[in-house]
Design a protein around this ligand. Structure first.
Ligand code: PMP
Ligand code: GLN
Length: 384
């Protein structure tokens, strides 16, 4: 078999969810909410399943959904998109795969800020490229000009930016986005902008799509996900939005990954994007409450928690919490001996990470968070 896959471990999200199920542990690992999806969108999906088509959708997506995605971004961020810019995919993970396959040629380098979502590096390698890691340094995890400039070479083809950022919960500020844009324009690079968390922004902060920066509309491939917008991660409906003619090449990559995505879920997502703007504010409020509850509980249990203002993740600094073990060892002990699944950050980079951090999901009901905090208190005691 291809050695890339033969030697690859199973994704940390899958490993931790399986361990949680095996141990009966609270799952604050893999990122999925346990509340909050709008019932109306489930009804729209049920209607579409019973009354709509259950045959292949057009490869680029249902016209109604492509139009709904374009209109969503015109309305929310003033972006000049039409259906021609949109290709619907089976989740953002497929969108990222298609974007990487359509962009990277053998020998190319792709800059990745770490810690990074775990699909980027393997897909870059499978396309024949090399991921070049730019390590964001804790506790601030800022994009720094020197580190970014040092990563650029004549072989650099693209940058992958993830904003808002999983796993740190950072929303990169305008100065950091300007650095990325300046670098991309200056070296004529494509940016694959993974913006799946665009609507899960807390504390009244506002998200800025990278393509809205000067010089970026023509070089940005945006990746989005309905799973995140509607708290329905299992639906795996995502999209790529890019200028023509890039969008046409991206659609070719997509056509031989999955060809098309379930039509009923697409129809329901189109309904949600058209009707669901008023769902966004309560969603942010509820996730913010979850964050505050988890921060408060972990702090009470003696942990040092890094600030998080977006996504539904926060990170705990093990060293500063007085826990002197590696992140993976701590996470394994937490799920096996204390009853809580969490995610170590070391699988988010190929290079050894700076510091020892674990990520916890706060998109959960109060009782789930409270049970997770109690188990985290127990986990800390294992190492004191
Ligand atoms: N990118 C990032 C940064 C993510 O956090 C996730 C999922 N948590 C994805 C992509 C994948 O999204 P999807 O489930 O739509 O494939
Ligand atoms: N993106 C989700 C997370 O960060 C998990 C996605 C997956 O399981 N592949 O937890």
């Amino acid at each position: 078999m291809n050695p890339l896959y033969e030697h690859m471990p199973t994704s940390i999200f899958e490993r931790m969810s399986l361990a949680a199920a095996r141990q009966g542990a609270v799952n604050l690992g893999q990122g999925f909410p346990d509340f909050g999806w709008p019932p109306e969108i489930l009804e729209a999906a049920a209607r579409a399943l019973l009354e709509g088509s259950n045959q292949y959708a057009p490869s680029r997506g249902l016209p109604a959904l492509r139009e709904a995605v374009a209109y969503h971004y015109r309305r929310h961020f003033g972006q000049d998109f039409s259906a021609a810019n949109v290709c619907i995919t089976s989740g953002a993970t497929e969108a990222l795969g298609a974007a990487i396959l359509a962009t990277v040629e053998p020998g190319d380098e792709v800059i990745v800020f770490t810690p990074a979502y775990d699909s980027y590096a393997p897909m870059i390698r499978r396309a024949g490229g090399s991921p070049i890691e730019v390590a964001l340094q804790p506790p601030d995890w800022r994009i720094e000009a020197d580190a970014l400039d040092a990563a650029v070479s004549p072989r650099t083809r693209a940058i992958i930016l993830n904003n808002p950022h999983n796993p740190t919960g950072r929303l990169f500020d305008r100065a950091e986005l300007d650095l990325v844009a300046k670098c991309a324009v200056g070296s004529d690079l494509i940016v694959i902008s993974d913006e799946v968390w665009e609507h899960i922004v807390l504390d009244g902060l506002e998200f800025t799509p990278l393509a809205t920066l000067p010089g970026m509309a023509e070089r940005t491939i945006k990746v989005g996900s309905a799973g995140k917008i509607f708290s329905l991660t299992g639906w795996k409906v995502g999209w790529i939005v890019a200028p023509e003619p890039m969008s046409n090449a991206l659609a070719k990559a997509h056509q031989f990954l999955t060809f098309a995505t379930a039509p009923n879920l697409q129809a329901a997502v189109a309904f949600g994007l058209d009707q669901g703007d008023e769902w966004l504010v309560p969603m942010r409020r509820d996730f913010q409450r979850g964050r505050d509850r988890l921060v408060e509980g972990l702090t009470r249990a003696g942990y040092t928690v890094a600030p998080s203002v977006s996504t539904y993740f926060l990170c705990v600094d093990l060293e500063r919490s007085g826990v002197g073990v590696r992140d993976e060892d701590f996470a394994n002990a937490a799920v096996e001996r204390a009853g809580v699944a969490i995610i170590p950050l070391s699988p988010f980079s190929e290079q050894p990470p700076s510091g020892q951090f674990v990520r916890l999901c706060f998109g959960k009901r109060d009782e789930t968070i409270d049970a997770g905090v109690a188990a985290m208190a127990k986990a800390r005691e294992l190492f004191l």
